[in-house]
Design a protein around this ligand. Sequence first.
Ligand SMILES: Cc1cc2nc3c(=O)[nH]c(=O)nc-3n(C[C@H](O)[C@H](O)[C@H](O)COP(=O)(O)OP(=O)(O)OC[C@H]3O[C@@H](n4cnc5c(N)ncnc54)[C@H](O)[C@@H]3O)c2cc1C
Length: 642
Amino acid sequence: MQLDSRAPTGPIEQRWNDARFKAKLVNPANRRKYKVIVVGSGLAGGAAAATLGELGYNVSCFCYQDSPRRAHSIAAQGGINAAKNYQNDGDSVYRLFYDTVKGGDFRARESNVYRLAELSVNIIDQCVAQGVPFAREYSGLLGNRSFGGAQVARTFYARGQTGQQLLLGAYQSLSKQIEAKTVKMYPRTEMLDLIVIDGVARGIVTRNLVTGKIEAHTADVVVLCSGGYGNVFYLSTNAKGCNTTATWRSHRRGAYFANPCFTQIHPTCIPQSGDYQSKLTLMSESLRNDGRVWVPKNVADLQKDPKSIPESDRDYYLERLYPSFGNLVPRDIASRRAKDMCDQGKGVGPEVAGVRRGVYLDFGEAVKRLGRDTVAERYDNLFQMYERITGENPYEVPMRMYPAIHYTMGGLWVDYNLMSTITGLFVGGEANFSDHGANRLGASALMQGLADGYFVLPVTVANYLAGIKPGGVDDNHPDVKRTLSEVETRIKQLLSIGGKRTPESFHKELGTLMWDYCGMARTAEGLKFALGKIPELREQFYSDLSIVGSGEELNTMLEKAGRTADFFELAELTCRDALDREESAGGHFREEHQTEEGEAKRNDDEFSYVAAWEFTGNTNAPKLNKEPLSFEYVHPSQRSYK
Ligand SMILES: Cc1cc2nc3c(=O)[nH]c(=O)nc-3n(C[C@H](O)[C@H](O)[C@H](O)COP(=O)(O)OP(=O)(O)OC[C@H]3O[C@@H](n4cnc5c(N)ncnc54)[C@H](O)[C@@H]3O)c2cc1C
């Protein structure tokens, strides 16, 4: 298939305006005749469902949690970017666009990124109107802080609970539409497959997670906002339920999967403390505004009380290596440097598997400079969370941090209208690949989810619907019945294996393999090894899996088994993509491709494209399609934050 990004041409500042003007409209009286399915009630899905409902479409919204308000978006801590320039520090839409293209290591589509920067401004107005309690200055103006990869302060925040407050805003809007009956909410309902008829997305098959009932839901258009797939690595900062089933099953039905190897590792997470753990905890990037990252210069000091180590014996390595950006270098760079320090034997904290994996994030100087009250105003809830988990008080003792899997830039391929390679299947938020290239800058995921949900999808979905007749799907269509029966067969197969190992144990083994060979640093040799091991482990999964209980009841083991089965296939594609991309870019660091200073070394001549993988029916042989990237405005250069 020839990939058409449908990115508009002309001056970049006018592209979205022109596209909106050219988009077809649906007469308000006709909107209720169109059935829209939205999978996901996080910031992207919640915003899309609420807005489409408000516009008058007949929306069904699905999530696997017991309430839309528990979507993983609620976990977002640090903030949301917007080019408001309230600080008068030189920010602009163009600068946010520039920072995002550069931050993504020149692997994103310029038109999409510009639109994102442009819409960032509207998002803040929308959320303030909803009553989202963003932090304010004494003057009453909204406050801002800095995030990595930017030299301006453009991040809006609500203490360390920005995602929660934004989600409450979207949830309020969604609830209003549920009450108005323009949106029907299906909580605890998991999409297990996509219904495609004659190449067009026509609905989904779901399992009711309480009763086990399998059902088909048909519609005129399907919108996936089902989040990211970071949990393919097992240990991550994502909510435990985050998975790839909605996107992977759509991939198997014809939606291309783009850049799966572009995964983000966040530099400031609480280090793993043992191999019994099933979850890692993020400490927001906002902490790097005032916290200083260091390790002891001398190996003899590694186990000493950090407060007893004099300034002259501390290596503030980010400030030393990157004097311009200091502790606020982008995540990929801060993560790799932390790993380097620990690999060099300078890590702190307890040994896990023979290595101390931790660096200090120190607020000693900030407390002296700003006073404890100001530090508490900014970060106290994060400090409390840290203390509860580690038993150490960050006001007194430096925090210990280590990078962890956090976000996925890869996802289903979409064009400028956020439509996938399946006609009628749209994808928004973290589930698509669209805006962050090879590395996402902090506080830009919430921005993208809400831009997609509140502003882009309502226009592009309407444009699509205006071109089709409503209600053209027959629930008895053979393809609806076939998809339903395929889901039932898959569930029966999983339940009938009767082996000895839990889905969790397979997931953990898969995740360890992924982290070791497709994590922070990758090599051709390691990736080939993983590509040999994953199918072996998958075979064991299908012969030795044990699930207690049945399919006709609440069965979390069955849920996990289905998700793990899909993670196996995605893991293989991710390693293949990482092996194929013979360059380093952003979060994808191939050890063979680095500069003399150990920075990621891109190969623009050969890899300036989006890798869009097509499912061929054989997980061993996906087909690679390429969408070439061209840069008219931000010209690719070696990223420098020095
Ligand atoms: C700890 C943490 C902190 C973060 N902090 C920030 C931050 O400060 N700023 C920032 O910009 N970004 C942050 N991020 C990233 C950001 O939170 C996410 O990228 C974003 O919230 C994703 O939103 P989403 O709507 O795309 O998906 P999600 O919020 O993950 O929502 C997915 C939805 O899809 C539903 N779903 C999924 N699969 C299915 C299925 N098969 N069937 C039915 N429903 C399904 C789920 O139930 C859920 O409703 C953070 C991430 C983490 C992990």
